[in-house]
Design a protein around this ligand. Structure first.
Ligand code: GLC
Length: 572
């Protein structure tokens, strides 16, 4: 039974994720930086978020935009200095807000000095990465990288292969080696001592590799989850990490754990992890075949159909599947806790994916907000989603910055023998770059993001969709988030209440409803997840509305407007 007795600050918090390269550029080099964030802390405070998660700002050559760390204890030049970082922490703490650092320990950059030393078999760090001898013609096994292409690269200097589950510039560390683990723990303590409030541990389920690195048997899938994720020593490593580092501080520990199900998640919780990041509710919008398979749409359709039609086909969602994914995790972790996000730096834009970013952008972005902030899970908001920022058009392959999209686009063009133009609509609905276009601050040049040349294209729609506009408009998506965050803050039932899943059913396939209950208090969340009105024949639809995305004067009893969201008072 879930009660408020197990209160924790991190259960009540709302997290705001910043992708610093694309947030705000203070010095005109076209890349967002720490001072840019410092200048916008008031904006975040006003929105009402409690924790700021900043994607990696460590020194990096940016093959994967900071997720390839060259030096864990130095700030990337483009992002500023350690003094700027100290100031950001102080500014947040002054406002009772907290700072979560993103940390990548499955791999480093190939430019990290550890890897450079490891390339010398006699250099002392020869066992710090995963090396295999063998002919340069044939990789040690058939694994492929999660970004496309083989998971092995032959290093001429060492005359051996090294493993990289991600890009070739992201060699995997050898966690079997206790020296590696010690060095990582030491570095984590360096940041914890600086006073941070938690880590988001990137790709943490990848750190333990299966003994012997056997060939993958991929079957229908393009990679073998069992070999890549949650390896045999993962929980031993996590417990050791906890004891050596984060358990000694009052911090929030989030594990990004691809491949974990709720049973596996519970083991991470036993290790001391507070929440794991899962992907099941994201996967429900891809058609058959998964994220990078456009086969179910077909190349001819991709080349010829209109944008509206393609966007709809490429973001199919059955609400029952979404409910199954949410419920699987909510019920699956029992008394433990989840986090939930509808967008991130790795996903397309929430309103484009789950809503209608054309005709009902404002309504559907607010519906997504209501969904996110009414679950029994710590909500993670991704920068720009509070403005209803949308996916962008990627007219030329040269505009793509994302290493994953680049690899996959190359594979698709080669496999299907088609020009980039054919794949472009697919990129608009899949590439991580969609979430990485610059934050749209105002209608000035480059959306007010930079005075220089932005490192990635600005979405064309910034004259209409921007923060200045949103702040001025009391009916904006931003103010809706602000009010709903304040409402959640005052509502124990929305944070801690048990969940009962009511709709969808056969009668109302596109209407979502769930009920939250705590100590005799009860609310019902009803979401008309479609661009059409729907009249409900239920005894509860007329209950008093505590919160909604349509003005009281526009509401119509039992009839829900397109993308209408209501939180109803159902306390007896
Ligand atoms: C995680 C990050 C993603 C990164 C990958 C490799 O999934 O969220 O951005 O590319 O790990 O570090």
């Amino acid at each position: 039974m879930n009660t408020t007795t197990n209160r924790e600050w991190w259960k009540e918090a709302a997290v705001y994720q910043i992708y610093p390269r694309s947030f705000a550029d203070s010095d005109g080099d076209g890349v967002g930086d720490l001072r840019g964030i410092v200048d916008r802390v008031d904006y975040l405070e006003r929105l009402g978020v409690d924790v700021v998660w900043v994607c990696p700002v460590y020194d990096s050559p940016n093959a994967d935009m900071g997720y390839d760390i060259r030096d864990y204890r130095t700030i990337m030049d483009e992002m500023g200095t350690m003094a700027d970082w100290d100031e950001l922490l102080a500014e947040l703490h002054d406002r009772d807000m907290r700072l979560l650092m993103d940390l990548v320990v499955n791999h480093t950059s190939d430019e990290h000095e550890w890897f450079q030393e490891s390339r010398d078999p006699d250099g002392g760090k020869d066992e710090w990465y995963i090396w295999r001898e063998g002919s340069p013609e044939e990789p040690p096994n058939n694994w492929i990288s999660l970004f496309g292409g083989p998971a092995w690269t032959y290093d001429e200097a060492r005359e051996a292969w090294y493993l990289h589950l991600f890009d070739e510039k992201q060699p995997d560390l050898n966690w079997e080696n206790p020296d590696v683990r010690d060095a990582i723990y030491d570095m984590m303590n360096f940041w914890l001592e600086k006073g941070i409030d938690g880590f988001r541990m990137d790709a943490i389920s990848c750190i333990s590799k299966p003994p012997g690195l056997p060939d993958a048997d991929t079957g229908e899938d393009w990679f073998d989850m069992d070999l890549y994720f949650n390896g045999p020593r993962i929980h031993e490593f996590m417990r050791e990490m906890a004891a050596e580092t984060f358990e000694n501080y009052d911090v929030m520990l989030i594990g990004e754990t691809p491949g974990a199900d709720p049973e596996e998640a519970k083991k991470y919780y036993e290790d001391g992890v507070d929440m794991v990041v899962h992907f099941d509710h994201m996967d429900v919008t891809y058609g058959p075949g998964g994220k990078w398979s456009p086969d179910y749409v077909g190349m001819e359709t991709l080349a010829s159909a209109g944008d509206d039609e393609l966007d709809a086909m490429l973001n199919t969602m059955d609400l029952a599947d979404l409910q199954a994914a949410i419920r699987y995790w909510d019920e699956g972790v029992g008394d433990e806790w989840n986090c939930l996000y509808m967008g991130s730096h790795d996903q397309t834009r929430a309103v484009s994916r789950f809503g209608d970013d054309r005709q009902y952008r404002r309504e559907s972005a607010k519906l997504v907000a209501t969904f996110l902030l009414s679950q029994r899970a710590t909500p993670f908001l991704y920068q720009g989603d509070e403005l209803g920022m949308t996916n962008a058009d990627w007219d030329s392959a040269d505009d793509i910055r994302d290493v994953e999209a680049r690899g996959q686009v190359e594979m698709l063009m080669a496999d299907h023998d088609v020009p980039y133009e054919t794949i472009a609509p697919f990129v608009r609905n899949r590439s991580r770059d969609n979430a990485r276009t610059p934050m749209q601050w105002d209608d000035g040049e480059n959306a007010g993001f930079t005075d220089g040349d932005p490192w990635i294209q600005v979405n064309d729609n910034y004259p209409e969709i921007n923060a200045a506009e949103a702040l001025d408009d009391s009916d904006s998506i931003y103010h809706y988030y602000r009010r709903l965050l304040a409402f959640r803050r005052e509502s124990d039932v929305l944070v801690y209440g048990d969940t009962e899943y009511v709709l969808p059913d056969e009668t109302y396939p596109n209407v979502w409803a769930h009920r939250r209950t705590l100590d005799g208090e009860s609310v019902l969340v009803v979401l008309n997840w479609q661009g059409e009105e729907r009249t409900l024949d239920t005894d509860w639809v007329d209950a008093p509305v505590l919160f909604g995305n349509y003005a009281a004067s526009e509401r119509d009893g039992a009839t829900l407007r397109p993308y209408e969201a209501r939180i109803l008072d159902r306390s007896e």
